[in-house]
Design a protein around this ligand. Structure first.
Ligand code: AMP
Ligand code: MG
Length: 281
């Protein structure tokens, strides 16, 4: 599967070069089967990571309104054991949040060892909406790219597997989804005039996003640009990418668990010997 993963800064990256559609040869039917298998593997790896407690996973989801952040979260979380998964949504900062540095509210939600944290929006809003709407001077938000890189490196050094997704939809697909919400009584509660207002800034958001991808892509915290016009393909790419990142640690987790198992067994035997109990098991 050709996935666009940015693992280093690239001043030439352009969003228009990445399709919002699935590749021509991708099939929805095969994707459903594959997704089912990936779900099982994800749960398996989650159990290993939970036991080993040497790593954690941070999934960052960014995208324009109606890009499918909620749907993608539902899909990943649905495959996991909810014990050890926390979803955090970042909206307009509260007064208390505004009175701290921009990473304060974010860092508090970083995952604990063994666990998953999923961010619905993130610290990247502080170089997106803030930039597009001039909420703060450029002298302030312009410094943030470096802070973000340092922050993500710190998380990675601490054992956090950081994976960042941009759900890439076309302007036309967004319009269709927003109009669909209006027509459908069961989704009309999502209507928000702000989504249409933000849409008027489409190109400015594109520029702001491109700067992010150009400057905040690294090996320890790559960006994955997900073709998101088709939900089934979006879900497949997200699951596949998370798994790819976790698989690298599988052997190490198994070794850690094996050592823990041996240590536990020795301790138990020692205890039984001291009691003079013989026990088979
Ligand atoms: P939603 O994701 O639809 O619930 O909307 C959350 C809103 O909060 C979006 O319009 C974001 O742009 C906005 N938001 C998130 N983070 C920030 C931030 N740091 N500063 C200003 N607005 C933000
Ligand atoms: Mg919204």
């Amino acid at each position: 599967m050709p996935i666009t993963r940015l693992t280093k800064p690239d001043s030439k990256f352009r969003l228009d070069d990445v399709s919002t559609d699935p590749p021509r040869d991708a099939s929805k039917q095969e994707a459903a089967e594959r997704l089912h298998d990936l779900g099982k593997e994800l749960l398996e790896l989650q159990e290993l990571m939970w036991g080993a407690r040497t790593h954690s996973v941070l999934i960052v989801l960014q995208g324009r309104d109606a890009a499918g952040k909620d749907g993608a979260i539902k899909n990943v979380v649905g495959a996991l054991n909810p014990r050890g998964v926390a979803v955090s949504s970042f909206g307009v900062p509260t007064k208390e949040e505004r009175e701290h540095d921009f990473l304060w509210r974010i860092h508090r939600q970083a995952p604990r060892a063994g666990e998953f944290a999923i961010f619905n929006r993130s610290h990247y809003e502080d170089v997106l909406v803030v930039r597009v709407h001039d909420l703060e001077p450029k002298s302030r938000w312009g410094e943030r790219y470096d802070h973000i890189n340092d922050f993500e490196e710190l998380l990675a050094e601490h054992g956090t597997i950081v994976i960042k997704f941009f759900l890439h939809i076309s302007k036309k697909e967004q319009e269709e989804r927003l109009l669909e919400r209006e027509k459908n009584p069961s989704t009309a509660w999502k209507l928000n005039v702000n989504d249409w207002k933000e849409r008027e800034h489409w190109d400015e958001y594109t520029e702001a996003y491109e700067d992010i991808f150009r400057r905040c892509s690294s090996k320890y915290a790559p960006w994955c640009i997900v073709p998101a016009d088709a939900k089934w393909y979006r879900n497949l790419v997200v699951a596949e990418t998370v798994l790819e990142a976790m698989r690298e640690h599988r052997d190490q987790w198994l070794e850690t668990l094996d050592r823990a198992g041996k240590a536990g067994r020795e301790e138990l035997e020692e205890y039984r010997r001291s009691k003079g109990v013989r026990h088979k098991g």
